[in-house]
Design a protein around this ligand. Structure first.
Ligand SMILES: [Zn+2]
Length: 248
């Protein structure tokens, strides 16, 4: 059984083949030509004979309709070997930023759980992140699903999915450190003049911590600058109102 944690489970009772996911060549992106909630009720309708593993709303909501062990009915000839994600919107729409981020999280999970490759697929012979229309007639003749803007967003989706991967990997490495690793990193080997010199998972973890510290420092200095600007503005307002009183 493969259900993604942290998403809304809306498993449907019909319109899929139990245990039918015989292989995973990748995932196909689709466009709903409608809303997330409308598609949810359509997939529950016995007449639709259609389904998808996942659906992603323009607000970033994620529904899982079908377990990835089971075959969703999304692209006829591709159903046994390709997973599916439907997107709220109309053909020609681009994914919204929360929608893109949510799709990247689903694909990241598919990469970990089902071995989906984080690369572009543009023909049925390739493996990775593909799109419905690439299969032509055998996949139901939907050349415009999901449309050019979403196809063009796939590199950004892959980058976002990889970004999550990098962070998670380093966190995992940090907790898995064996007992013999010193708790304080030797200064002459690991950190020189505040720069990371050891190119290992550990060094990379230090790099992440350092960037995060730098970001925090930047945020604090931005807030301080903002506070100073507000104080200046308040002083200017006080001065103007004093002048106003003096003049009147
Ligand atoms: Zn489609």
């Amino acid at each position: 059984m493969a259900l993604m944690p942290g998403v809304t489970r809306r498993l449907i009772p019909r319109n899929f083949t139990r245990g039918g996911q015989t292989a995973v060549h990748g995932v196909l992106l689709h466009i709903m030509e409608g809303t997330l909630d409308g598609t949810d009720s359509w997939f529950r309708n016995p007449d639709s004979k259609a389904s998808s593993h996942f659906g992603v709303g323009r607000d970033g909501r994620v529904f899982q309709w079908v377990d990835t062990d089971d075959r969703s009915w999304h692209a006829s000839g591709a159903n046994a070997t390709w997973l599916s994600i439907e997107h709220e919107g109309r053909g020609g729409d681009a994914l919204t930023p929360p929608q893109l981020a949510a799709t990247a999280r689903v694909i990241r999970w598919m990469h970990e759980t089902e071995g989906v490759k984080l690369q572009l697929a543009d023909t049925p012979a390739e493996r990775g992140i593909g799109w419905h229309g690439m299969g032509g007639k055998a996949w139901g003749s939907h050349p415009d699903c999901p449309g050019n803007p979403i196809k063009a967003q796939r590199p950004a989706i892959i980058a976002a999915a990889r970004g999550t991967e990098e962070t998670d990997m380093n966190l995992t490495d940090a907790v898995k450190l064996p007992a013999w690793v010193p708790t304080t990193w030797p200064k002459d080997e690991g950190l020189q003049d505040g720069k990371i010199t050891v190119n290992t998972a550990l060094g990379s973890t230090y790099g992440h911590a350092r960037r995060s510290a730098e970001n925090s420092a930047q945020l604090i200095s931005d807030v301080q600058a903002l506070r100073a600007a507000v104080a200046d503005l308040a002083a200017a307002v006080a001065e103007l109102s004093a002048q106003g009183r003096a003049g009147g």
